[in-house]
Design a protein around this ligand. Structure first.
Ligand SMILES: N[C@@H](CCC(=O)N[C@@H](CS)C(=O)NCC(=O)O)C(=O)O
Length: 267
């Protein structure tokens, strides 16, 4: 299996966690996302959305991190990361849908407003404009331009932060009832969430975790797993992490965490 990914990318981390949990190896192809490797024509043929990860297995191209994880589960069912009951499987998929539809786009806005912004602003203007112009999705392209220009002061930042916290509220509600997101066993849903809790740390926003005691306790347990070590820590480039944290610390006093009550209607 060949995995096109990036060490810092949340969606790549989520897939690497499943690879590690199932003790599967892959041939690694790392894409430099800040340098625009995702827009090269050869890669666009594999992934027309110009995003990582992409898995190539037995000459088949598999994209979308949630679907890659489901595919790995189908190909390598042991150890199982799918709950056994229909309702828990529904809860798993409902949660992954929230991650894909709401948490991940919000994370993109926040990450580019804080962590990726200083590096991108060092690029010549024409190169930066061209990088943004190549993003296939119109809304994402617009949001990317706004946050690179105005950082945490772009109005979309506030909306994204509220959306991020709302999905964390959802996770907290689930983890208050069961030890894992979709019931009593670790599942794909837990690994769908893990990178987004880590991202808060990497943007020096970890303070907000005091609002989520059940999530914080769950995250501690996840971090102790061998899979976390192999899928996350072993891959993280120290300099990139330090750069993100420094960028987060530089704007920390300008960020107000909105008070969010409730969470999306799915339970
Ligand atoms: N829905 C996709 C989203 C993938 C995605 O947004 N990947 C990010 C990294 S986490 C990326 O490649 N970003 C590059 C860019 O936006 O230019 C998935 O789950 O695989």
């Amino acid at each position: 299996m060949k995995l096109y990914h990036n060490p810092m990318s949340t969606c790549s981390q989520k897939v690497r966690l499943v690879f590690a949990e199932k003790q599967l190896d892959f041939e690694s192809v790392i894409l430099d996302l800040q340098g625009g490797a995702q827009f090269e024509s050869g890669y666009l043929e594999l992934n027309p959305q110009a995003v990582v990860p992409t898995l190539v297995h037995q000459s088949q191209v598999i994209t979308e991190s949630t679907l890659i994880n489901e595919y790995l589960e189908d190909c390598y069912p042991e150890p199982s990361l799918l709950p056994t009951t229909a309702i828990e499987r529904y809860q798993l998929r409902a949660f992954c849908k929230e991650v894909d539809d709401r948490l991940h786009p919000a994370c993109g806005v926040i990450t580019y407003a804080i962590g990726a912004r200083p590096g991108l602003l060092k690029k010549p203007e024409a190169e930066l404009t061209s990088l943004i112009a190549q993003i296939p999705d119109e809304e994402k392209r617009r949001h990317r331009a706004m946050v690179i220009k105005d950082g945490v002061h772009a109005p979309i930042f506030k909306t994204a932060l509220a959306q991020y916290l709302q999905v964390l509220n959802f996770a907290e509600a689930r983890l208050t009832v069961t030890p894992f997101i979709a019931g009593h066993q670790l599942s794909l849903a837990d690994y769908a969430l893990t990178p987004y809790v880590l991202r808060l740390e990497h943007l020096a926003m970890g303070v907000v975790m005091t609002r989520y005691p059940a999530l914080a306790a769950w995250y501690q347990l996840i971090q102790q797993r061998d899979s976390y070590q192999r899928a996350i820590n072993d891959w993280l480039p120290k300099a990139a992490v330090a750069g993100f944290i420094a960028a987060g610390e530089a704007v920390a006093s300008e960020i107000q965490f909105p008070k969010i009550t409730g969470h999306p209607p799915m339970t």
